[in-house]
Design a protein around this ligand. Structure first.
Ligand SMILES: Cc1cc2nc3c(=O)[nH]c(=O)nc-3n(C[C@H](O)[C@H](O)[C@H](O)COP(=O)(O)OP(=O)(O)OC[C@H]3O[C@@H](n4cnc5c(N)ncnc54)[C@H](O)[C@@H]3O)c2cc1C
Length: 433
């Protein structure tokens, strides 16, 4: 009997340490330096953050998404899920633990497809937490359908010249390099005609036209770049993987990225539920605690049910990735987690906000940010609708059409078949009447 929902005591000790460490040492960074997690450390922040990273390494919790050969712990996705649900409470925590998106996904594809020189140049410092990276794929006129991308990379002697526009390239403004997806052969299908390039941010021709912010972030807070690649010239060895391999690389990257977001979302949704419960037990109105009102009890029960289902499903998916060691084999479940994630976070954060009354919608509580986060989760790494299509297609693969005008489970048909099968006995029964 192999099903088991327990964490090894040794790893549980590490999780308990991480839980206390994030609460005591890391969450305060969110309070004093909000929005700066992806900004290179200045002198002051470095004095605080470097010792925290050092402590994480000492606890063997640094870069847990990667194997030991790449400086990670090789814990696998299930243990990463248990850790990420703690880190998801804080925007600084993934940085302090060396497993922040989008760098994790970018590191994974360089580890997977990079040459030894590319690994030395980009992967090593990325893993050491010394620089940030950017994944530049979406374009202003096309996001959900990558076959519509037009950014072009053309061979010119030993070099490639990249021309085109990219949109919502997160952290481009602080990244040391960008991973750019471009059409290298327009004469074949997009799935074979696009390639990925590793482009240092200092390359002439990279023009960050503006940085978009989310919701009410002010202009200078925005970190999602509209970029014009204007004759950006890179050497032949800037190509990541083979020519025409962009889609295969993107799938490797986005599979991991999506499930890691889901892991962290568990932590954020749990935080909202914790706040809802505390408020329900603290606030009295019309003669009783909110916790005694049936509507509020309904909010709590529904939220708990959604969270537990989501958490178990994400843990199961992480376990499956470890088992098959291949994101493609777990594609259906990763897409399902991606589909469910925004609704779970949205619903729980919304109820928690409601239970807090006016305070809940104020800028003194984090609920609206969480709800915005739910919206982001429904778009980043592909919109929910597209992932639903993936789920449905994958589910349908396990079925075949009925070979008859009537469905297989049509009751008269089943009854006739059962009667034919048991005819001897039925005749006997009748004979006894
Ligand atoms: C916070 C954030 C960070 C991001 N970071 C990055 C990044 O670092 N790098 C990067 O390259 N991109 C990034 N993106 C972009 C993201 O990948 C795209 O937003 C996403 O792929 C959708 O593309 P789009 O915005 O162009 O929407 P569109 O493609 O225009 O789609 C708009 C809407 O149409 C509907 N729709 C689309 N396709 C279908 C379909 N097949 N069936 C039914 N309905 C459909 C959906 O409702 C969808 O939301 C980021 C996005 C966000 C919000």
């Amino acid at each position: 009997m192999a099903w088991d929902f327990e964490t090894e005591p040794e790893f549980q000790k590490k999780l308990d340490w991480a839980d206390a460490f994030v609460g005591d040492e890391v969450e305060p960074l969110d309070r004093v330096w909000p929005g700066l997690a992806f900004t290179p450390l200045d002198e002051t922040r470095r004095r605080v953050v470097d010792p925290l990273k050092h402590e994480v390494r000492g606890q063997e919790m640094w870069a847990t998404h990667l194997g030991p050969e790449l400086g990670g712990q090789g814990y696998g996705q299930l243990k990463l899920a248990l850790l990420n649900e703690i880190l998801g409470r804080s925007s600084w925590a993934p940085i302090v633990f060396g497993c922040q998106a989008p760098d994790t996904g970018n590191a994974e594809i360089i580890a997977h497809y990079g040459t030894p020189e590319q690994k030395e140049r980009y992967l090593r410092p990325l893993l050491d937490g010394e620089l940030f990276s950017c994944y530049s794929m979406t374009e202003p006129h096309a996001g959900a359908d990558p076959t519509m991308f037009t950014t072009r990379a053309e061979k010119d002697g030993d070099e490639w010249v990249i021309d085109g526009w990219k949109f919502f390239s997160s952290n481009a403004k602080t990244a040391s390099f960008l991973i750019v997806m471009a059409v290298t052969n327009p004469d074949v299908q997009a799935y074979q005609g696009m390639s990925m390039f590793l482009v240092p941010s200092s390359t002439p021709g990279i023009d960050i036209v503006r940085n978009l912010g989310l919701a009410r972030e002010s202009g200078d807070e925005g970190s999602h770049a509209l970029i014009h690649y204007d004759h950006v010239r890179v050497p032949a060895d800037a190509l990541l993987g083979g020519e025409g391999q962009a889609f295969a690389i993107a799938q490797t990257r986005l599979g991991g990225g999506r499930i890691h977001h889901a892991m962290r979302t568990i932590g954020l949704a749990k935080k909202a539920l914790d706040m809802m419960c505390e408020r329900a037990l603290s606030r009295e109105t019309q003669g009783s605690l909110l916790a005694d009102k049936q509507f509020v009890q309904g909010y709590i029960a529904d939220s708990y049910a959604q969270l537990v289902q989501f958490r178990l499903f994400v843990l199961y998916t992480a376990w499956s990735i470890d088992k098959y060691n291949d994101y493609r084999k777990v594609r259906k479940d990763i897409a399902t987690a991606k589909v469910v994630m925004p609704t779970v976070l949205h619903d729980i954060a919304w109820r928690a906000m409601q239970v807090h009354g006016a305070l809940g919608v104020s800028n003194e509580m984090p609920f609206l940010d969480m709800i915005l986060g739910a919206g982001v989760m429904g778009l980043a790494d592909g919109p929910t609708e597209v992932h639903k299509v993936t789920v449905a297609r994958q589910v349908l693969r396990d079925y075949k059409p009925s070979d008859d005008v009537w469905p297989t489970q049509h009751l008269p048909k089943l009854r006739d078949a059962a009667r034919a099968k048991l005819a001897d006995y039925l005749e006997h029964d009748v004979g006894n009447l």
